[in-house]
Design a protein around this ligand. Structure first.
Ligand code: GUN
Ligand code: ZN
Length: 370
């Protein structure tokens, strides 16, 4: 194991912890921005450090295609390649193929897909996913899982859950750097509590350094989503990190943290920035709106970020959709907002103020979907 997980405070099921990884000691609850080609679009790694980002997600699938994991390995690993001294996490790649390439096909061997480079059929096996992630060198790597949408029902859910358990054994056997990289297993099983239970128990038996809850945020209703998170966090070990994949909106992170989850990743803050939307305590602010044309206030007068200290809504309104700087400034603010939310969750749990801070008055913290 290449991590230490120390719980610093609790409130009911919520916990605040220090997660010490090979490249950085992170505070949880923890939001992880998502990078694509070894970058968070529009931000430098200095800016990411400045806003207090502790760990970022690299996209195995994109990196494996370009510049390739062999080249990253040859150039000294992804930390060095992208000039990021803090922690990194890579996902296994299968989920991205299934969600991006609708032509992906899953068999017991692995995920077959058409190469977006030359259209040739390619196969990503659990062994290959781990080999690629070993070459990239992130602090946390993810097992290859068989992901099905939660809106599907029937035997496919059960098949995917058992296959995920069989694949995790192939991932464990293929992992060459367990003292430098932490392999997390992923709980699947759709919305079925019996299947989720079998999967959690199976993964806990494998004694991995951390666990993720997968297959969520795929169109299920909030009630079902929270029920699965609550069931999994209750059954996972107290002394290991719990990561809810692909989540989420500010409200989701608050609720999942109350349920005992520790880590999150989502493209939402950066994606919504590119559409001209800022995250603010009241919900969202649409910078494209005509009301912004002569508004001299900052995006959020209560925000301490560089963008809110230096620029007006009117200026960002003028840039948005016209110049890359518009979405860069909005991404900066939005990530700062999510990281500040994580820091507030951490300190409010440590200081015993969690319920006062997060008993949510009507729309507060609740980002509307756009
Ligand atoms: N990202 C969001 N959800 C998932 C999931 O279920 N599995 C993997 N591997 N990545 C994800
Ligand atoms: Zn700001």
């Amino acid at each position: 194991m290449a991590l230490r997980f120390e719980v610093l405070g609790r409130f009911n099921r919520a916990r605040a912890a220090q997660l010490t990884l090979p490249h950085f000691a992170c505070q949880t609850p923890l939001f992880m921005p998502v990078g694509t080609q070894g970058t968070i679009k529009g931000l430098t790694t200095d800016q990411l450090e400045e806003i207090g980002c502790q760990i970022i997600l690299g996209n195995t699938y994109h990196l494996a295609l370009r510049p390739t994991s062999e080249l990253i390995d040859e150039l000294g690993g992804l930390h060095k390649f992208m000039n990021w001294p803090r922690a990194l996490l890579t996902d296994s790649g299968g989920f991205q193929m299934v969600s991006l390439l609708h032509l992906a096909d899953i068999t017991e061997k692995g995920v077959t897909f058409q190469s977006p480079v030359d259209g040739k059929p390619m196969l990503l096996t659990p062994e290959e996913s781990i080999q690629i992630q070993n070459r990239i060198g992130a602090d946390i790597i993810m097992a290859l899982d068989d992901v099905v949408r939660t809106t599907i029902t029937g035997p496919r859910i059960e098949e995917a859950m058992y296959r995920t358990l069989r694949w995790v054994d192939r991932c464990i056997a293929a992992h060459k750097r367990p003292h430098e990289q932490n392999l997390f297993g992923i709980v699947q099983g759709g919305l079925d509590p019996v299947l989720r239970d079998i999967c959690v128990r199976g993964l806990v038996d494998r004694n991995l350094p951390g666990y993720a809850i997968g297959g969520l945020a795929g169109g299920e209703d909030k009630d079902s989503f929270w029920r699965v998170v609550a069931q999994c966090t209750a059954a996972l070990p107290e002394d290991k990190p719990r990561y809810v994949m692909g989540v989420g909106y500010p409200l989701d992170i608050v609720v999942c943290s109350a349920l005992g989850a520790d880590m999150y990743d989502c493209v939402y803050p950066t994606r919504t920035a590119r559409f001209g939307t800022a995250l603010v305590p009241e919900g969202v602010l649409k910078l494209k709106h005509n009301a912004m044309v002569n508004d001299t206030r900052p995006i959020d007068p209560t925000c301490a970020c560089m963008v809110c200290k230096n620029y007006t809504r009117a200026y960002i309104h003028c840039l948005v959709t016209k110049d890359a700087m518009g979405s860069q400034l909005l991404s900066y603010h939005n990530l700062y907002y999510m990281l500040q939310l994580s820091r507030n969750l951490h300190s409010s749990i440590v200081e015993g103020r969690f319920p006062e801070c997060y008993i949510i008055p009507d729309s507060n913290l609740c980002a509307s979907r756009n």
